[in-house]
Design a protein around this ligand. Structure first.
Ligand SMILES: [Zn+2]
Length: 217
């Protein structure tokens, strides 16, 4: 098995174009270490790369991706908690100021849950992982009267709200949120349109991003 040709070509392109432009930035980051102000919790989906969507430079985003951009609730037990470990590092060591849960349209994980996937065995990692969606689905109630695509969009967005609530179950993070040191945000990427919506905490609705927000903050 050879290393994938696509990756070799991609790296060649990176080395020829992007690296020369960002070499000093990489050197500085290597010497000083990273200090990103923003953490993004995104989906593994290959169409939804946070660095691409937010046009991020090296060192700007601390990203953890998992199936369906879920956040498990705080559970100090002996299991292996990858998302919780990343969260602990982002909050406790990097001291990020913002945490963004980035969901997206046509999420395969959310669709799998909606189509009735349930954990069938201890090694059914997807089924067990996706059961984290159950509170969001309960909140939405029945799906009978809704068109399937509309239901999936609502479930994808309810899951983001649920993930934001689970973030508050981490005691240290909760204190920082209450103190105003960390702000949590929900965002939703429309894969086909490229449109980004942001959760409005007042209305609880996802609104297309207001491009004037950048000049106001
Ligand atoms: Zn997804």
């Amino acid at each position: 098995m050879t290393f994938p040709r696509r990756l070799i070509e991609g790296y060649e392109d990176f080395r020829a174009r992007r690296l020369p432009a960002e070499q000093s930035r990489y050197r500085e980051l290597a010497e000083r270490g990273q200090s990103p102000e923003i953490m993004v919790i995104g989906c593994c989906d290959s169409r939804v790369s946070p660095e691409v969507i937010f046009n991020a430079k090296p060192g700007e985003l601390f990203v953890v991706r998992n199936v369906a951009n879920l956040v498990p609730p705080y559970a100090p037990d002996s299991a292996y908690h990858g998302v919780s470990a990343a969260l602990e590092f982002a909050v406790g060591v990097l001291r990020v100021k913002h945490i963004v849960v980035l969901g997206h349209a046509q999420c395969g994980g959310v669709r799998a849950f909606a189509e009735g996937i349930t954990p069938v065995s201890p090694s059914d990692f997807i089924g067990r992982w996706m059961s984290l969606l159950a509170p969001a689905a309960e909140r939405l109630g029945g799906r009978d009267a809704q068109r399937p695509a509309e239901y999936l969009r609502r479930l994808e967005q309810a899951s983001i709200v649920n993930a934001l609530e689970n973030l508050r179950t981490f005691p240290r993070l909760r204190k920082l949120i209450e103190r105003g040191a960390v702000a949590c945000h929900g965002a939703y990427f429309g894969v086909a349109t490229g449109e980004l919506s942001v959760l409005d905490p007042q209305s609880g609705e996802f609104q297309p991003i207001d491009m004037t927000m950048a000049t106001r903050s």
